[in-house]
Design a protein around this ligand. Structure first.
Ligand code: NAD
Length: 367
């Protein structure tokens, strides 16, 4: 962005603790700092063993383990979790896991006002945002409320060692999507731009290293650092067409979150590129100087073995038009005007999974 434009930057206090190999011991310290004495630990079924070690480390400060987090936080799951919190007499929660576990912790915070500590094990970045989501009757609602923003975030790259390579890659690209849309958001600011550029650079360096050696702890740490930066971008800006599309595909059509972001991103960016020249310049720099950023992202996903089409993820071709109509039907910020036809074009390209179109006027400016 240039300094002839206005900007506002707002962020909320959050303590970030990066402690390789020591999330289990860092979490009780964070609970103590916040004065919390009875924490309910929430996680998904796959993350239960790690969450149990965190619960054990909390000792007397642990009021129970609730291993029921699922993708997109169905409202009945939130109801059950709130009941568990009340039954346990908890004064706070610890969410251990990916965006789904953190999402359930946020739903509890939204309903009860209780503080949340997040111990992330994916690169979704939810831990850095005041955004909550709940799914009811086949539709996902999201909102922003400072009460759901975790008070403390404990990053430990060791917790991500068990993340399968496929999810490592797609979750990493999910993080890139936050940085991409932050760069053309109406509330982008110079600090967001710096975080987005560094986040994209760090994540796109880390992912190929992890594809070569998923146990490379330095690359795991770099990817978590990138997830932090990209999540912070998401937390302070307004997302556009790409996030809207993924939200509809996940909430209404049940598509998996990170994989959907991975498939849609190059096509949504190719569509928006002619209207977002400054974002493209920053992204090009972060990616080592490419002239075609959407194509570079599509090639990166392919090289890393990620899915490339919504058809592969299980979307039916007949769902493309209604999903597009739904995504186009609600107003939201986007650098390019959102039209039903434009959105359908993006979705169809993502459904088919070929290389994104290089539109006129979408070559990054050299600065
Ligand atoms: P997830 O939390 O659903 O995790 C995906 C799968 O990986 C699950 O089966 C989980 O148990 C497993 N898993 C997680 N960490 C693991 C690990 N270290 N080792 C082995 N398995 C592991 O997926 P996600 O992509 O992290 O999060 C997606 C959800 O988060 C969606 O509902 C999305 O809407 C939400 N989200 C919210 C925000 C926000 O700001 N509110 C931001 C990003 C994502």
């Amino acid at each position: 962005m240039t300094f002839q434009e206005e900007f506002t930057y707002e962020t909320r206090p959050v303590r970030v603790v990066f402690r390789p190999g020591a999330a289990v011991t860092a979490t009780p310290d964070e609970a103590a700092r916040l004065g919390l004495r009875r924490m309910l630990v929430v996680c998904g079924s796959r993350g239960e063993s790690v969450a149990r070690t965190v619960a054990d480390a909390l000792g007397d400060r642990c009021a129970g383990l609730h291993p029921e987090a699922r993708m997109h936080v169905p409202v009945e799951d939130a109801d059950r979790a709130v009941a568990a919190v009340r039954a346990a007499g908890a004064d706070g929660c610890v969410a251990v896991g990916g965006g789904s576990a953190i999402g359930l912790g946020k739903a509890i915070a939204l309903r009860t006002g209780l503080p949340l500590i997040a111990v992330p094990s994916t690169y979704s970045g939810s831990e850095m945002t005041p955004v909550w989501g709940l799914t009811e009757h086949g539709a996902k609602r999201t909102g922003r409320d400072p009460v759901v923003q975790p008070r403390s975030v404990v990053y430990d790259p060791r917790l991500t060692l068990s993340l399968p390579l496929s999810l490592t890659v797609t979750s990493g690209i999910n993080a890139l999507a936050h940085a991409v849309e932050a760069l053309y958001a109406p509330d982008v600011s110079p600090l967001v731009s710096v975080m987005a550029e560094e986040g994209v650079r760090a994540m796109t360096e880390a992912l190929p290293r992890l594809a070569a050696d998923p146990e490379d702890l330095d690359a795991r740490g770099r990817a978590l650092y990138a997830a932090w930066l990209c999540g912070a971008c998401l937390g302070t800006t307004t997302m556009g067409l790409h996030h809207k599309l993924c939200h509809v595909l996940g909430g209404t059509y049940g598509l998996p979150h990170a994989e959907t972001h991975t498939v849609v991103l190059p096509h949504a960016l190719a569509h928006n590129a002619p209207a977002a020249p400054q974002a493209l310049t920053v992204l090009s720099r972060a990616l080592g100087g490419t002239d075609d950023v959407p194509r570079a992202l599509w090639e990166l996903a392919g090289r890393l073995g990620a899915p490339r089409s919504l058809a592969e993820l299980g979307l039916a071709e007949a769902d493309v038009a209604p999903a597009a109509a739904r995504a186009a039907g609600e107003p939201y910020a986007n650098p390019r005007e959102v039209t039903a036809e434009g959105v359908r074009g993006v979705l169809l390209a993502a459904y088919e999974g070929g290389p994104p179109e290089h539109a006129e006027g979408s070559t990054p400016q050299r600065s």
